[in-house]
Ligand binder design. Sequence first.
Ligand SMILES: C[S@@+](CC[C@H](N)C(=O)[O-])C[C@H]1O[C@@H](n2cnc3c(N)ncnc32)[C@H](O)[C@@H]1O
Length: 220
Amino acid sequence: MTDKAKFLPTEVYQYLLSISSRETAVQAKLRTEISKLPGAQMAIPPEQAQLLQFLIKLIHAKNILEIGMFAGYSALAMALVLPKAGKLITCELDTQHEKLAREHWRLAEVEDRIDLRIGPALQTLEQLFAAGYQEKFDFIFIDADKTNYNYYYEKSLQLVKREGLIAIDNVLWMGRLVQHDDGSEATRALRELNKKIHTDKRVEMVTLTIGGGLTLVRKL
Ligand SMILES: C[S@@+](CC[C@H](N)C(=O)[O-])C[C@H]1O[C@@H](n2cnc3c(N)ncnc32)[C@H](O)[C@@H]1O
């Protein structure tokens, strides 16, 4: 959680949660379990989960795609605000945290709304494409390996409906994008994608400082 409060002093961050968090008991339980895992900081913070929920409700989303599940915290949040007939397809490379995620989806009674696709997301997206999912999603959340972000963005533009939303996480990459000596592949990929989206005429966009930086894109 420390990384997630990077843009705010800890005390202010705690205050923010105290006046705004509406996290359910099951969400809090899963977050506690995740905090014991290596890579725990990969899960989005509660205020970001709440923002995704707010957006999903605002646009009356019924079909959601998530790229990068980890231990299922963001998937749980999004599934909680889907209508009963709604569906969330979430992509994850491996099964390491599937059991933990499913246990909490079950507790929250949303397991039947979540379709977990294990394997490289590049492949899963191609499969969705081949299965006729073009322009089928109302909302897409990109939160997986940064080096493939450009591919995920381009595919998401094809898979999301007109006027649908794409949310892209970690676009400020914990400040690493402005460290000029950071020429890692992930950093370069994020810099290039940020630059591209800024002037992309296919979309409307806004970047927020929540979490690790979140760009919201609306397909025109
Ligand atoms: C930042 S975490 C996702 C966090 C999750 N959205 C949340 O907020 O709870 C990124 C996840 O993407 C997964 N991942 C990395 N490369 C992937 C790939 N090529 N295909 C599918 N998933 C991948 C990682 O295993 C990791 O669990």
